[in-house]
Design a protein around this ligand. Structure first.
Ligand SMILES: *Cc1c(COP(=O)(O)O)cnc(C)c1O
Length: 469
């Protein structure tokens, strides 16, 4: 499989190189040159497969030419073997034909484990083969950091530095990062906010001199491997609900357009999906585009669903590329005008096409809490705030009651106790067994000033399993 850039000017890469690439050299994002397409018979034949075997069938075309089947199978069996639930991604019924796909049974209790557990193993496999080492520098407002650290902690050939804003992530989220020890794991608390952290990561990609020739790898959802891994659970859910003979609908809490884009790809790969709902919080650039053809940056609002607090949606460019007939020059133009003026609209027919593909809703904190309370009353289930946004959007935007509606359950509620408390749910939440002593564990973390040079000096001092690069 070959991968091309959404801006049309960077060289095409194979899977291995795309895994190790951040942005394409032209500033675009990599997408498969040709999306695989499965027949209904083929998809139907996968019913009842264990998760890792289904994952093999769905993802195999994407890695062909880079990873032999036997090796890929082994990697997938290990990856999904660490999940705490035997079904890996179980479906839980809420109402009649309404289901939550529980994607929070991985090590860090959010869906990001599905991709980052795989990414860590793929990196180690490819780097071992090449005899190379890489450094990861990533920024997190919460979930990505812990999932990336858990995914890479056993990697022989990866040193990982995760920047989080000092005193601005929840205690559970911080401890999930700082209690994992290893000579290749480095937590850095920046005396600044999340944007400061992200700016430092961007600046480090732009000028890699401080790495002395070591390659820098991206762990955010611009990395194609993350999107790829997320396609699988759409097939997994549909197969359990009568697909592909029957069509299924999905409601997806999203900020960066990563998870929902994976659903869009699943549909293009042949999975009958009747409806895809984009569910955002008050940071609603995606909803404003879907409802009014305005893709415009606005100020950031801190919400009860912090993992979707974004101003721009990095993966949206991948959809725009398809909407524009895969014309890289057109996307480069749009992104340029976005950079200069902070916004754009697309041509009417392209927007109409987007409207056919997606429904959308923005849900504020108050509605989020109401939904948590409502679902608790109806079912006794406690939802996390991100999942609650998905439920609210599903109930508002649903097109057909006959078609099963699946809401992606993106995190375990124990990660977001504030929202659950604000919703007035009086049920004590317990950490799952593997994290039950989280509050007693020792922590390791370095506090650094909001200063790029200080961070880069730290990375080059410790980037080779704790030793200088
Ligand atoms: C990261 C995250 C999201 C949003 O994911 P996207 O990549 O923006 O689609 C939603 N919920 C939780 C709990 C997350 O951690």
């Amino acid at each position: 499989m070959r991968y091309i850039s959404t801006r049309g000017q960077a060289p095409a890469l194979n899977f291995e190189d795309v895994l190790l690439a951040g942005l394409a050299t032209d500033g675009g994002l990599y997408v498969p040159e040709n999306l695989p397409r499965f027949t209904q018979e083929e998809i139907a034949s996968w019913a009842g497969l264990p998760y890792h075997e289904l994952a093999f069938r769905v993802m195999r075309p994407f890695v062909t030419g880079s990873i032999p089947d036997a090796d890929f199978k082994k990697i997938l069996e290990e990856t999904y073997g660490v999940f705490a639930h035997s079904a890996v991604a179980p479906l839980r019924q809420l109402n009649g034909n309404e289901w939550v796909l529980e994607l929070f049974h991985g090590p860090t209790l959010a869906f990001k484990d599905f991709a980052l557990q795989l990414l860590g193993r793929l990196l180690d496999y490819v780097l071992e083969k090449r005899g190379e080492r890489v450094v990861i520098v990533g920024a997190t407002s919460g979930d990505t950091g812990s999932a990336a650290i858990e995914g890479c902690k056993h990697c022989e050939n990866v040193d990982i530095f995760i920047l989080h804003p000092h005193n601005r992530v929840s205690e559970v989220q911080r401890r999930q990062m700082t209690t994992i020890f290893g000579e290749n794991i480095h937590n850095i608390a920046i005396e600044g906010n999340f944007d400061d952290c992200q700016e430092m990561v961007k600046a480090s990609f732009a000028d890699q001199g401080f790495l002395k020739g070591t390659r820098l790898v991206a762990v955010n959802s611009i990395n194609w491997a993350r999107i790829m891994a997320q396609i699988v659970y759409y097939f997994h859910a549909a197969l359990q609900l009568g697909g592909p003979a029957r069509s299924v609908a999905f409601s997806v809490p999203t900020g960066n357009f990563g998870d929902i884009f994976a659903g869009y790809l699943a549909r293009n790969m042949g999975l009958p999906i009747n409806q895809l709902i984009v569910a955002t919080n008050r940071n609603d650039i995606l909803h404003r585009f879907m409802s009014g053809n305005q893709y415009v940056k606005e100020t950031l609002h801190a919400t009860l669903s912090p993992s979707m607090d974004i101003m721009v949606s990095s993966n949206f460019e991948r959809l725009l590329f398809d909407l524009h007939g895969r014309n890289g020059a057109a996307i480069a133009g749009l992104m340029d005008s976005f950079k200069q003026g902070g916004g754009f609209s697309v041509e009417q027919e392209r927007w109409t096409e987007a409207r056919k593909l997606f429904d959308s809703l923005a849900v504020d904190d108050e509605q989020t809490c109401e939904t948590i309370a409502e679902v608790f009353e109806q079912t006794g289930e406690v939802l996390d705030p991100h999942t609650a946004i998905g439920v609210k959007a599903a109930r508002e935007c649903r097109r057909s009651l006959d078609i099963p509606m699946v809401i992606l359950g993106t995190a375990h509620p124990v990660k977001f106790p504030d929202a659950v408390e604000k919703a007035g749910v009086g049920k004590a939440l317990e950490l799952p067994a593997h994290l039950s002593d989280l509050f007693e564990r020792d922590e390791r973390c370095t506090v650094l000033p909001n200063d790029l040079k200080a961070v880069q000096a730290f990375v080059s001092q410790h980037g080779n399993r704790g030793k200088p690069l």
